[in-house]
Design a protein. Structure first.
Length: 232
């Protein structure tokens, strides 16, 4: 080790060992410089190291853009923590709203065009209708899904190959003379739900305000609420 390096190490060890106030540190530094100046050593490197050890290093200025970006990220994380999960009815409304937007996109010059081919026979619409069917049955959307290929189902609807009878089953009544009940299978339920939402958009302006049966967001609760507000 050279004499200069030993002097630099001595100074740094001395400064780190002593927790002295600022005036005493300056005096210690001056004494060190006088000591090694007598030996005609190039003390430029030692002085630089000593000054960096004594003077506090200023913190790097943080740009305004970086501060705003970090603030926005923290706000987004806080919002996600405070945001409550959507309820079953809210998820159902969102799925129906996506279908209704596709229906309204087919409205031109006062008429709806090609709703069956562009909206109902669409894999996205059928998937949303499938979610509505599951939510109506109180099934969690995060649970395992059924084996339904929406692309194939949409192609069968567009080509007219969809077989209604093959997607339905009959339940025979226990008593004689009451006939049988025909119920839809899952694929037919999905198609029926997609058609229901589409027709609701088309005919909703023609519905009466006092009509509450088989309408989205309406039922006997809304009928009783309206009746209680209407003067007799």
């Amino acid at each position: 080790m050279s004499f200069l390096e030993s002097g630099r190490g001595c100074l740094l060890r001395e400064l780190s060992r002593r927790s002295l106030p600022w005036p005493q540190r300056q005096g210690l530094y001056a004494a060190f410089v006088r000591r090694y100046s007598a030996h005609h050593l190039p003390l430029h490197g030692v002085e630089d190291e000593a000054e960096q050890a004594i003077e506090p290093r200023p913190s790097l200025p943080v740009s305004l853009a970086k501060s705003l970006a970090s603030l926005a990220e923290e706000s987004a994380k806080a919002f996600q923590r405070q945001r409550k999960p959507l309820t079953r009815m809210e998820r159902k409304r969102l799925a129906e709203l996506r279908i209704k937007k596709r229906v309204k996109a087919q409205y031109l010059n006062g008429k709806f065009y090609d709703l069956m081919g562009k909206v109902v026979a669409s894999a996205e619409t059928l998937e949303d209708a499938y979610d509505v069917v599951r939510l109506n049955s109180n099934v969690d959307l995060t649970s395992a899904k059924d084996d339904v290929c929406f692309v194939t189902l949409a192609e069968h609807l567009r080509s007219g190959e969809f077989d209604v009878r093959a997607n339905a089953f009959s339940v025979v009544a226990k008593r004689r003379g009451e006939g049988c009940l025909v119920l839809p299978r899952l694929n037919l339920k999905v198609v029926q739900e997609a058609i229901r939402v589409v027709l609701e958009v088309v005919y909703r302006p023609q519905f009466s305000k006092i009509s509450h049966g088989c309408r989205s967001g309406r039922g006997y609760h809304s009928a009783l609420r309206r009746r209680s507000r209407t003067p007799s």
